[in-house]
Design a protein around this ligand. Structure first.
Ligand code: ADP
Length: 477
């Protein structure tokens, strides 16, 4: 089975969020189960210097509108293919700067989508399945049914939606860049309220669609969660499935993690206390005796920090410390900074992307807060549990699939869940967690429950393989 994963980001090369974790880990895990899997991604600034991929000797030409772009292909460890085009990818950011998205993102990712198919042809790697991810590569399924039809007669396409909130919507003029005929600008394909919607192109033309948790696969069929695409998704309901993400156990392992000061494991938890002390010092908290709550993630309205901020005063009245690591929305960032001015000794706000610091926070906190409005899968709850840090989360998407609400009487469960997207519900949930926290014995049992969970990629990679096989049967029947 030959599989090509096409992604706009992948660890360890370029990351803004969970998509990178998934793409980078899945390709390795598929290879571990003997799938001939490869990953293709853009060669962003810094990749060439840091990872020294080899030039394949092959160049491709991609036409966008009436302009031709030449691009060189690089490989690393045979399975990783990089598409070089400095005009598009030699920039400081992946999708934009901290101020704004790049205004030629349609050019950049339509270029990349075509480059993926040109690369397959020139490298002689004809995949059985092309596995596309999010809007950046969602045109590929349509291309292999139209412009590239003759070249990919036996290739099936899978589109994984990591987040329906990002769809790649551009003005109608973007159609000329795609090279597709005007008949494709149709509500049944990629037209969306007078604009081009690249994710919609993938949803309507991929042989199968998946999302990153079974619960999210159900939720997106609902008008309230479908971001305007619930109708087309419903039309394809029979082809949609949900496979929960895993986390990379070689990267996320408190017994080996090089980014944390002291290692620990289920059999010796003393290191976790030391990590907490280290984190407390780094954050400059006045006292380390309080429960330490954390947030690691994008500062986007999706992540529910508004309801956290709304009940901040109540939460600090319970006596807690809070560390936040995140980048994104300026208004959320500003409200967080105001909070840290008010609670100087109990709040540490870190508006940066720092992977090592994220590792330390997962290891050193007691609880991780994920009050998301919606959450396709979510990784921070799984990473938290792996590090014995208990999640407090809204019961939505993959959070609902991966966290079991704790029952203190039975000592069963792995976290604390609340249902309604309301500040008061979050407050109640945090209160419930803090009541359990003061009972050492029960808390330790809860922490063990978390650490016993298995979030490794093995199970999910096998599910993808089953899906690829099913797809091939369908396409080649
Ligand atoms: P999303 O994909 O919606 O951003 P996920 O929970 O699926 O959210 O994945 C987020 C990933 O990015 C996690 O690995 C998390 O640790 C990491 N991450 C998010 N923000 C930061 C940050 N500011 N610094 C370091 N890592 C971060």
């Amino acid at each position: 089975m030959k599989v090509l994963l096409a992604s706009s980001e992948a660890i360890p090369f370029a990351k803004t969020g969970g998509l990178a974790d998934v793409a980078g880990s899945l390709v390795n895990e598929l290879r571990n189960i003997n799938v001939n899997a490869r990953l293709i991604m853009p060669m962003y600034r810094g990749i060439k210097d840091k990872f020294a991929p080899d030039y394949t000797g092959y160049d491709i030409t991609v036409t966008l509108g009436n302009k031709k772009y030449t691009s060189s292909l690089f490989v690393r460890e045979k399975s990783l293919i990089f598409v070089e085009c400095d005009e598009f990818f030699d920039r400081s950011g992946i999708y934009g700067t901290s101020q704004a998205h790049y205004d030629d993102n349609d050019f950049r990712f339509i270029f990349f989508s075509k480059a993926v198919l040109e690369a397959c042809k020139i490298l002689g790697f004809m995949p059985d399945v092309i596995h596309c991810n999010d809007w950046h590569t969602a045109l590929i399924p349509l291309y292999i049914k139209t412009i590239y039809k003759e070249d990919f007669t036996r290739t099936a396409s899978l589109l994984t939606i990591h987040n329906l909130g990002y769809q790649g919507i551009f003005p109608e003029s973007t159609m000329t860049i795609t090279g597709l005929g005007p008949e494709m600008f149709d509500p049944k394909l990629m037209e969306f309220y007078g604009q081009v919607n690249l994710l919609k192109a993938g949803i309507t033309s991929a042989d199968a669609i998946s999302t990153v948790s079974p619960n999210y696969a159900r939720e997106i069929l609902d008008e309230g969660m479908g971001f305007g695409l619930d109708g087309v998704l419903k039309d394809r309901a029979g082809d949609i499935s949900g496979i929960i993400n895993g986390i990379d156990y070689s990267e996320w392992d408190p017994s080996k993690d090089e980014a944390i000061p002291i290692h620990y494991s289920r059999t010796d938890m003393s290191g976790k206390k030391k990590c907490k002390n280290y984190l407390i010092k780094k954050c400059g908290f006045k006292t380390g005796k309080l429960p330490l709550l954390s947030v690691v993630g994008r500062l986007a309205s999706q992540k529910g920090l508004d309801i956290l901020l709304d009940v901040a005063d109540e939460i600090f009245s319970f006596g807690v410390n809070l560390v936040v690591l995140g980048t994104g929305d300026k208004d959320i960032a500003q409200r967080l900074e105001e909070l840290s001015e008010k609670y100087t000794h109990n709040v540490s706000i870190n508006l940066l992307f720092d992977e090592d610091f994220a590792h330390l926070i997962y290891a050193g906190s007691d609880m991780i807060l994920i009050p998301s409005r919606y959450e396709p899968c979510g990784l921070s709850q799984m990473i938290g549990m792996r590090y014995g840090t208990v999640p407090i989360a809204r019961s939505t998407g993959g959070l609902k699939d991966s966290i079991k609400d704790f029952n203190a009487m039975e000592k069963k469960g792995t976290g604390f869940l609340f249902r309604d997207y309301r500040a008061s519900s979050l407050e109640e949930c945090i209160k419930r967690a803090l009541c359990v926290y003061i009972n050492n014995e029960i808390w330790e049992k809860l922490v063990m429950n978390c650490m016993k969970e298995d979030f490794s990629w093995q199970v999910s990679a096998k599910k993808y393989l089953t899906l690829y096989r099913k797809l091939l049967k369908k396409v080649r029947a």
